[in-house]
Design a protein around this ligand. Structure first.
Ligand SMILES: Cc1cc2nc3c(=O)[nH]c(=O)nc-3n(C[C@H](O)[C@H](O)[C@H](O)COP(=O)(O)OP(=O)(O)OC[C@H]3O[C@@H](n4cnc5c(N)ncnc54)[C@H](O)[C@@H]3O)c2cc1C
Length: 543
């Protein structure tokens, strides 16, 4: 096949025009003497190029199957601009050498049904060794009811919320699927195509910034679970790992809130918010270290302002709502960056512990909300929260308690003007009405984070106003507190992804090996590969 890059279509232009663009880019008319053959092509990548606005284009990379003979002729007779040979890198999930040799083994157990746990379970199911998957939260339908009730009433379920339940933290998310991890082995493409197989729109497989949106993601996750159940996997919801037992030197079983499940292989894919589970593992001497993360405030702007800044127009039905990614190193040497930017999205209450409040961002597949938001976060480490494996986690708890106390558990919000001046007018309406899922109230959020962190945030917002006009608009709205950008611990694991307990694997964001839906899912795929290797290497005792 031949890969052709740099094919441009105008926003709203029919994608069918790509065939003509390919024909022209490869001079097929001339090379084939006017008899251009029928050919198949596939879109590999689509991105928006707005650098020369108002001349904005969708830029496509495709692969076309023209047959080796013609492809050689094209690439040998002239250097077709942006064309080269192309071989698809397909990830082939590992299997079991001798499935028949598995009789009598205990089922593997996956703890956590987030992206990591789900993809780990999916690979094992495809390989013919369907696992038991447990999650402390409920299935996606019941969970959605519980979460919507929380947004409305503030009644939190510590076991079933935006962090916990089927789909994990990713279910109530913006569903951004971009990752900075290079796709060396085709696993990223495999994950995207798996989401498409279970109902996501095809574009996610080739968009430069793929996005599903919470409404679609929930449906896709449920379809994936049903497929696995139909192939022998067992899903246990509202079931929490509370401990584990050993058989000799290795794992013998997982303790849960209502029974023990005997197994010699279990994967902890527990996410960055499983604080009580981190405490349990720490008490049971499972080797862990504290891990740096970032904290900050979520900043809202009108989406039209961002569109104008990038596209030169406030709204264009044929262009995706504009996003941004900004970083800054402050005069005092703090690293500040925008995190989890949600175009046309909502700020949401993503708390999971009583008396503690944290926020994050979410959007629906249409991303048609009035505002956009992102967390403006500052990197923190032991210098900020002291030494100790769980010191970072306790620091997160402290700032979440401060945020909770400000407005009795409602999300505390302030305009940028009031945050700067300290002149807080509770009687005054917001210049920009916040888009928040959950209850919120105007409150003085300046005391939630340390002054040096507030200073770094303000300095950076002003800095970014140089590149994005209106970024420091005084009516922009700040909410507190973004405390869980990634896991505050890393569970030590070996090459086989096993923790210091043989047979107890550690994976995903919670274990400190991923950040975001895609990299967590990819770590799940790789960890399943490690489990299958261990089954294929089983000794005479079946271990
Ligand atoms: C609101 C929000 C929006 C986000 N938006 C995006 C986005 O747009 N794009 C992106 O890439 N990332 C986003 N993220 C981050 C992303 O969701 C996570 O990085 C990803 O879900 C991590 O996957 P995971 O499977 O490792 O862990 P998680 O998704 O956190 O899943 C862990 C699961 O383990 C379960 N669990 C925990 N402890 C136990 C226990 N003791 N027993 C049983 N079960 C347990 C939990 O209930 C949970 O379901 C967002 C996160 C949040 C909270």
């Amino acid at each position: 096949m031949i890969k052709v890059s740099g094919l441009k279509l105008r926003p709203g232009e029919d994608v069918k025009h790509l065939r003509d663009k390919i024909t022209r880019a490869l001079s097929l008319d001339r090379i084939c003497g006017g008899k251009v053959p029928q050919f198949e092509y596939k879109i590999l990548r689509r991105s928006v190029d707005a650098r020369k606005r108002p001349d904005i284009f969708f830029v496509y990379t495709v692969c076309a199957d023209l047959g080796r003979q013609l492809e050689d002729k094209i690439l040998n007779t002239r250097n077709a601009a942006g064309a080269e040979y192309y071989e698809e890198k397909k990830y082939d999930p590992p299997g079991l050498k001798d499935p028949s040799g598995l009789s009598g083994i205990t089922k593997p157990v996956i703890i956590g049904a987030g992206p990591c746990g789900l993809f780990c379970a999916y690979i094992l199911t495809l390989a013919g060794i369907p696992p038991i998957v447990m999650d402390r939260g409920s299935d996606i339908d019941k969970r959605t009811e519980t979460v919507l009730n929380f947004f409305e009433t503030g009644i939190l379920s510590p076991e079933c919320n935006v962090q916990f339940g089927e789909g994990g933290a990713g279910a109530f998310s913006d569903g951004k699927l971009n990752t900075s991890v290079k796709d060396r082995d085709g696993i990223n493409r495999f994950i995207l195509e798996t989401f498409v197989k279970f109902g996501a729109k095809e574009e996610i497989a080739y968009d430069a910034k793929p996005h599903i949106g919470t409404d679609e993601l929930k449906r896709v996750i449920k379809n994936m679970r049903i497929f696995m159940e139909e192939n022998g996997a067992v899903f246990l919801f509202d079931t929490k790992m509370t401990g584990f037992c050993l058989t000799g030197e290795r794992l013998g079983g997982i303790r849960t809130n209502d029974r023990d499940i005997m197994t010699d292989r279990a994967v902890m894919a527990i996410g960055h918010s499983a604080r009580d589970t981190f405490e349990m593992l720490y008490e049971k001497n499972v080797k862990m270290v504290s891990k740096p993360f970032a904290v900050g405030l979520r900043l809202e702007h009108r989406q039209s302002l961002m569109n104008k800044s990038r596209y030169g127009t406030e709204y264009d039905k044929d262009l995706p709502p504009s996003d941004y990614k900004v970083t800054n190193r402050t005069k005092k040497g703090r690293n500040v960056y925008s995190f989890c930017m949600c175009p046309g999205g909502y700020v949401i209450d993503s708390s999971s512990e009583e008396g503690r409040l944290c926020i994050n961002g979410m959007s629906f597949s249409k991303r048609d909300g009035r505002n956009c938001n992102s967390a403006i976060v500052v990197a923190v480490d032991e210098k900020d929260y002291g030494e100790g494996v769980l010191a970072g986690m306790e620091y997160q708890r402290k700032i979440e308690e401060r945020a909770f106390a400000l407005a009795e558990g409602k999300i505390p919000v302030l305009s940028l003007r009031e945050f700067r001046s300290g002149n807080i007018r509770k009687d005054k309406e917001f210049g920009l009405e916040p888009c928040i899922m959950g209850r919120y109230e105007k409150a003085d959020i300046r005391g939630v984070l340390d002054p040096e962190i507030n200073e770094a945030i303000i300095e950076s917002i002003d800095k970014w106003n140089e590149s994005i006009e209106g970024f420091n608009d005084e009516d922009a709205v700040l909410s507190a507190v973004e405390a869980r950008t990634s896991s505050p611990v890393r569970i030590i694991r070996n090459e086989a992804h096993e923790s210091c307990i043989r047979g107890l694997y550690a994976a995903g964001e919670g274990a400190g090996y991923a950040g975001g839906i895609m990299s967590a899912a990819a770590d799940g795929v790789r960890t399943a590969g490690k489990l299958l290797e261990s089954y294929n290497k089983r000794d005479g005792n079946g271990i």
